[in-house]
Design a protein around this ligand. Structure first.
Ligand SMILES: Cc1ncc(C[n+]2csc(CCOP(=O)(O)OP(=O)(O)O)c2C)c(N)n1
Length: 327
């Protein structure tokens, strides 16, 4: 492979290819799940992030194990990047005994403390004060870890969002607030829920910086995240990164999304984060037909293995229903 000239943001060839792998794995995982839903094999609710993957890859790339993520219902890919094995994630979606929560809940609420993953809450925005709380712990323990707090633009209209931002601003906490602005909160378009265009401007009211970026450009997300992470680790407080994006599927797999037009969807599909990154990497001679084929084969194997594992795994045993209880 010829040496690449200059990559953006000092990423080397291996790192760029790793980013490409994650982007494609997360896309493929969601697409496979969507198919499996139609085959009646998935017990969990499925809220795909298809079209939004650049946000997850750009923000999670290069995180430490000790850093914490507080993901949103659409952020299954963040769990994978933080270290959950794809086969365990798939078993979770199938509600099997080998899944993260051993079949006790839908996919969305499982935390893995040893991997730095907070289990998502059902109440929109309720993960954000928790994220600030985890960041406060890091600050009190004088550890330079960061917390990534994900939310949709819909959640940014809840009280919890504002309380978390205020507390994080006052305390200068090492938290990065990541808004996945996909323009709809279920069927509600953003203009019917907010009187402003950019969620990012809300940060100013709480004393820290907010920036609105192209959430479909993985390198732009990575760059914004890198600066925010550096400031958080240095004790300079939070940042709000608003990533403009679009979800290709409905709110969940049962939602046909009749509230938006085919033209709008087509326009956003033309900004596919995977296609644009593929074009960039090809142009930079990082991606070749050979290594792309190798990555595709690797992803196929990972997913086939994950589905096989989930299908072959046992259901939770009834007598285990009362084990692992907190109280
Ligand atoms: C406080 C609260 N209100 C309503 C709901 C029901 N609900 C679940 S997801 C969702 C839409 C969320 O939109 P957004 O925050 O923009 O995230 P997105 O799903 O678009 O990624 C709604 C209304 C909820 N879970 N919690």
């Amino acid at each position: 492979m010829p040496p690449i000239k200059r990559t953006k943001f000092k990423l080397n060839t291996d790192e760029l290819l790793q980013m490409f792998y994650w982007l494609k794995l997360i896309r493929s995982f969601d697409e496979r799940l969507s198919l499996l839903v139609r085959q009646g094999k998935v017990r969990s609710g499925v809220y795909t992030g298809i079209g939004q993957e650049a946000i997850i890859v750009g923000t999670c790339f290069g995180l430490r194990k000790e850093d914490y993520i507080c993901p949103l219902h659409r952020d299954l890919g963040a769990l994978l990047m933080k270290g959950v094995e794809p086969r365990v994630m798939m078993a979770q979606m199938f509600g099997k005994a080998t899944g993260l929560s051993k079949g006790r809940d839908s996919a969305l609420h499982s935390g893995v403390p040893e991997l730095g993953i907070f289990g998502n809450t059902s109440m929109l925005g309720a993960n954000l004060p928790v994220a600030a709380g985890i960041a406060l712990t890091f600050k009190m323990e004088q550890k330079d870890n960061v917390v990534l707090a994900y939310f949709g633009e819909g959640a940014s209209n809840t009280g919890d969002f504002h309380e978390a931002m205020n507390f994080a601003g006052v305390q200068k906490l090492p938290v990065v607030f990541i808004c996945e602005n996909n323009l709809y909160a279920y069927s509600v378009p953003i203009e019917k829920a907010m009187a402003i265009e950019d969620v990012a401007v809300r940060a100013e009211g709480y004393g820290f910086d907010g920036v609105a970026i192209n959430g479909n450009d993985v390198l732009a997300v990575y760059q914004a995240m890198k600066g925010a992470r550096r400031r958080a680790r240095a004790g300079d407080g939070p940042t709000l990164i608003e990533c403009k994006t679009y979800r290709w599927h409905g709110h969940s797999e049962h939602d046909k999304a009749f509230y938006r037009t085919p033209e709008e969807l087509a326009m956003w599909k033309s900004r596919d984060p995977l296609v644009t990154f593929t074009a960039y990497l090809t142009h930079m001679s990082v991606l070749t037909p050979e290594n792309e084929q190798e990555i595709d084969a690797r992803i196929r194997n990972v997913l086939d293995d994950a589905v096989r594992f989930a299908e072959d795994s046992p259901d939770p045993a009834p007598e285990d229903a009362v084990t692992d209880l907190y109280a």
